[in-house]
Write a protein that binds this ligand. Structure first.
Ligand code: TXA
Ligand code: MG
Length: 323
C-alpha cells in the first residue's frame, strides 16, 4: 500500500517490518538496523546477495555517537557542509551493529538523508534504518513510490510516499577506513564539492574505461553489472553507435540533443538546458520508460565527466556492462 502516514510507517518499523521510504536520492527498502531478523527480510525481498552490506540511515550525528560510532575529523567537516544530504560515510563499525548489516566486515556505511518526511520518521525512532535502494537486486533504483509498488509492492506492507526523488541518483560513498579518505561510489555530492572542503581525494569509483569482473568487486557490492535495464544498453557516440549496431528500433538517452531519424517518442533528452542535476533526476525514470518501448536496444550518450555527470556515466556504464 502507498501512503503518507509517517506514524503508521514508524509502527511497522518498530514491529520489525520492512517499509519503503523516500529519500532525496532514491527510495530505500528500510528496516530496523538493530533487528537482525528485520534486516534479513530486506535481503530476502530484494534477492540481494548476503555479502553485499547495507547503509544505515539516521537523522542526527548525535545518535551516531550515542551508538558508539567514532566520526573521523574530515568526516565531521563534511557533515557540517553536507548533512543532511546525499553523502554516505564508511567508518569502523561497532558491536551495536549486527553483522548482517555490514556483511561481516568491520565497517559500516552511515547516511543522514535529506528528505523532510524521512527525517521526521527517523526522529521518532531510537534505531537506525538499514536501507538499500528499493529495487530487486541488480535492477534500476526507484525514484517514485510507483516504481517501488510495481516491483516490490506485493512483498512489503507499506510504501511511504515522498514524491519524486530530487537528486535521482544514489548517494556518494566516501570511505574513512584508511588514513586518506576515498570515494567508492560517485553520487549526489560531487567529487569537486568534497574536495572544496577536505582537499584532493582519491577515488576507487568505477571509471569510464575500467571494467571490473563481477566476481571481484573492489569493495563489497561494487559489482560492475548493476542498474541493468531489461533491454541491452550501449553507451557512446550516438551516430557512431547507430552505424555500428545497425539497429533500426532504438531508444536514445541524451543530455541535450535531439536526433533526426529517431521517433521523438523514443528519445529521452534528460535536460534541454544542459543542467547535469536535472539530467540525474530524470535518468532512472527514462531508463525504466525506454525499456518498455518496442525497441531492440537503448543507446546512451556519455555525459560530461564532471560534477554529478560522473555519477550519471557510472550508472550508464554499469547498466551496459556485460557481466
Ligand atoms: O542513496 C543511497 O545511498 C540509497 C538510499 C536508499 O540511501 N541507498 C543505496 O543503497 O544506494 P544500496 O544498498 O543500493 O547501495 C549501497 C552501496 C552498496 O554498493 C554496498 O555494497 C555499499 O554501499 N556498502 C554498504 N555498506 C558497506 C560496507 N560496510 N562496506 C563496503 N561497502 C558498503
Ligand atoms: Mg542499489
Amino acid at each position: 500500500m502507498i501512503g503518507n502516514d509517517i506514524t503508521h510507517a514508524a509502527l511497522l518499523l518498530k514491529a520489525g517490518e520492512v517499509v519503503a521510504i523516500p529519500t532525496e536520492t532514491v527510495y530505500g527498502l528500510a528496516a530496523n538496523a538493530f533487528n537482525g531478523n528485520a534486516v534479513a527480510s530486506i535481503y530476502r525481498i530484494k534477492n540481494r546477495p548476503q555479502f553485499n552490506p547495507l547503509i544505515i540511515h539516521t537523522n542526527s550525528t548525535e545518535k551516531l555517537t550515542e551508538w558508539g560510532l567514532q566520526l573521523p575529523q574530515p568526516m565531521q567537516e563534511l557533515l557540517k557542509h553536507f548533512s543532511p544530504g546525499p553523502l554516505t560515510y564508511l567508518i569502523p563499525s561497532t558491536p551495536h551493529i549486527p553483522e548482517i548489516v555490514t556483511a561481516g566486515t568491520q565497517a559500516v556505511a552511515v547516511r543522514i538523508p535529506n528528505h523532510p518526511i524521512t527525517l521526521q520518521l527517523l526522529s521518532t525512532l531510537d534505531f537506525p534504518l538499514a536501507a538499500p535502494s528499493a529495487n530487486p537486486s541488480g535492477y534500476i533504483s526507484p525514484t517514485t513510490a510507483v516504481h517501488v509498488q510495481t516491483q516490490l509492492g506485493h512483498a512489503i506492507p507499506y510504501i511511504l510516499d515522498g514524491g519524486t526523488c530530487e537528486v535521482g541518483i544514489e548517494s556518494t560513498i566516501i570511505s574513512f577506513l584508511d588514513n586518506k579518505p576515498e570515494i567508492l561510489r560517485y553520487g549526489g555530492i560531487s567529487k569537486e564539492k568534497i574536495e572544496q572542503i577536505i582537499g584532493p581525494i582519491n577515488d576507487k569509483a568505477i571509471h569510464l574505461s575500467t571494467i571490473i569482473p563481477a566476481e571481484k568487486p573492489l569493495a563489497p557490492g561494487m559489482l560492475t553489472k548493476h542498474y541493468a535495464p531489461l533491454k541491452p544498453i550501449f553507451v557512446g557516440n550516438i551516430a557512431q553507435l547507430l552505424h555500428d549496431k545497425d539497429k533500426k528500433r532504438v531508444a536514445v538517452i541524451s543530455f541535450q540533443s535531439v536526433y533526426d531519424n529517431i521517433p521523438i517518442e523514443n528519445q529521452f533528452c534528460l535536460s534541454v538546458s544542459g543542467n547535469l542535476n536535472e539530467a540525474a533526476q530524470n535518468l532512472f525514470a527514462a531508463m525504466r520508460k525506454a525499456e518498455t518501448l518496442d525497441i531492440d536496444c537503448i543507446l546512451a550518450e556519455i555525459f560530461p565527466e564532471k560534477d554529478i555527470g560522473r555519477a550519471i556515466n557510472d550508472r550508464l556504464m554499469r547498466a551496459s556492462a556485460k557481466e
